[in-house]
Structures are given as structure tokens and as C-alpha cells.
Design a binder for this molecule. Sequence first.
Ligand SMILES: *Cc1c(COP(=O)(O)O)cnc(C)c1O
Length: 362
Amino acid sequence: MLPLIKTSIPPRNILMPRLEEVLYSGYVAQGEIVEEFERKFEDFIGGGNTLSLNSGTAALHIALILAGVQEGDEVISTAMTAEPTNVAIKMVGAKIRWADIDYETGNISAAAIQNVINEKTKAIIVVDYAGTGVDVKGIQEISQQYNIPVIEDAAHALGTTYNGKKAGTHFPFTVFSFQAIKHLTTIDGGALQIQDKQLYEKGKLIRWFGLDKKLSRLDNDIHFQGYKYHMNNVNAAIGLVQLETIDELLQKYRLIGKYLDLHLSDLFGVETVKHYPNTESSYWLYTLKVDRRDDFVKMMTENGFMASEIHKRNDLHSYLNDHPAKMPNLDRFYSRLVHIPCGWWVTVEDCEKMIQLIKKGW
Ligand SMILES: *Cc1c(COP(=O)(O)O)cnc(C)c1O
């Protein structure tokens, strides 16, 4: 069965010497290799400061703290995402306020955000679902108009661009995940891309118990809550090797994604995702909207192609549904949503087979 997701690990002869070097170096904690990974990741993104972490969830948590979100505040978010996006909001004691999506893209709608802003709103989280770029322009305008910071959850969107600039350069905070199934895996890991240098320095303290690594323990004075969220040299060493070929890897996702866009967009019975102007997707997942989804999934899987909606809309989790909301676009999107294989392990021949199967109907 052709899977929906597949981990890309560098060849043994390239990865193993680098991994062994760090494992037996006598220093596996957070050190120079982590530093090197951060600076190389900054180069790759092309703007902002990289705070490497042990997960994308940690990045969301720190972003919310740096954005000043506190207990009793509200954060506007989307239900069309993986759970970490919204579980993190609860970690700071805030309440989730849902905004509906744009049916065509699956991403949070700028107009819907504006409709639910109130005096308790302290931050807005936007998610590039499946890698589809968010409405950067519309969201930036609202953020400026109401002076509310935006956190972009780009866990699916490494290399997604708007006006040729990568996710990580558009908003004060951008979250990346290097978890097992993401484009770039360090096995587990994450990063927060922070535009403001001072907030970046504060983020470093939050990452490490509130302690300043530049000072000796005795000269340190913890004066706010910190966590143990750092990346270590072993994960960073894997990340550095991954970064060396990330452009080629992302290109493969994009090639297959665009091929499917081209050949599926006019077919009867399926709708492809539309993209906001001047955005380019990372195609972490390939999204279709289909009639009679269960029959579609059965037809695809019987023919050797995995197909699934993968995510559960987050307002169906009772703990996350702080403010139940009517979201007609999400209702329609979610009832028709299905993902089909797209990525470095998918060939053009695989695409042709899928296209023929879909043409035949289900
Ligand atoms: C994977 C993921 C995260 C966080 O990932 P970690 O597993 O904590 O690294 C956050 N948001 C979304 C949308 C994700 O898919």
C-alpha cells in the first residue's frame, strides 16, 4: 500500500559517521552542534531568529508565552489542524475561540477571525494546513488593525512561500516541527522562528528552566517560569544532515503536488485545494474534497493507495471546545476531506494510476 506519509532518513553512509561523531564526542547535550543547526536553519528560512526545541508543541507553548497570553485570555484558532495547535493554548490557561475556514483552502479565514475578535483576544494562531499557505496578507492586515500578534503554526509548511518568501518570515512567531513524520525530521524536535531579537533572548531562558546559559549557575536568578524544552546535539546533528538535502526533498513534494493539481483540478466529482494569490504550498499532504468519501477511500485502498482524512476536527474534542461555534465552511470541507499520497516516495507513474482510478469513479 502506498502510504500517505513516509519518513525521510539520510543514507546510512552519510548519516552514521556524523551521528557516531557526536555520540562519542563526550558532549551530547545542547552545545555547539545545536548552535550550528540554528544558524543554518535561519539561513534556510531567510529571516528571523531560530530557537531550536525538542518539539513543535514546545514552540507553540513558548510562542504563546512570548505573545503575552495568560490565564483567562482568549486565542483565536482553527479546528482544522492537528491537536498540538490547540492543546498548547490550554497549556497557558487560555480559552480557544474558533474561527471558520475558507472552504477553498481549508485554512482559517481572515474575515472569520475579524468576526470573533473581542477584548479578551490576545493572540491569533493560523495553520498552513497540509502545507497550503495561509492568507498572509489578509491576516497581517487584521493583526495590524487590532494590534494582536499572530503565531503561524507551520508544522506542515516547511518551504511554503508567500511572495517568494518562506513561512517563518511573515509573522512575529512561526512554529516548525521536526517530529517523526514531518518534512524534516530530527526524530523529534521543533523550532520557533522569532522576529524580535529581545523576545528571542527571552525565549532562550524559557527554554531552559528560566536559567541563563551564558552565566554560571551561582550568578543566575530565576525570575519567571521556565521549562526544559531544548534540543540536544544528537538531534541537531541529524537535523544538520537533513538540511543539506532539504531543498531537493521539498522539490519532490512540490513536483508531485503540482502534477496532481494539474491533472485532478478539472475532474468530475473531486475538488482540489485552491491557493491564495502568490502562495506556493509545501504539499506535505495532498488534499482532495470528494463526494461519498467512504466509498472513495475504499476504492483507493483496494487499489493499493492509502487515503484518509488523517485529522479529527479539533472542536470534536470536548476539552478543546471552549466556545462551540457554527462553522459551515468547516462542516462542508471536513465532510468531503480526504488525503492521497504525495511526497518523495510517490512517482509520476503512481500519480498516473491514481488519476486513472479517480477518472473511472467510485
Ligand atoms: C506535528 C504538528 C505540531 C507539533 O508537533 P510536535 O509533535 O510537538 O513536534 C503542531 N502543529 C501541527 C499542525 C502539527 O502537525
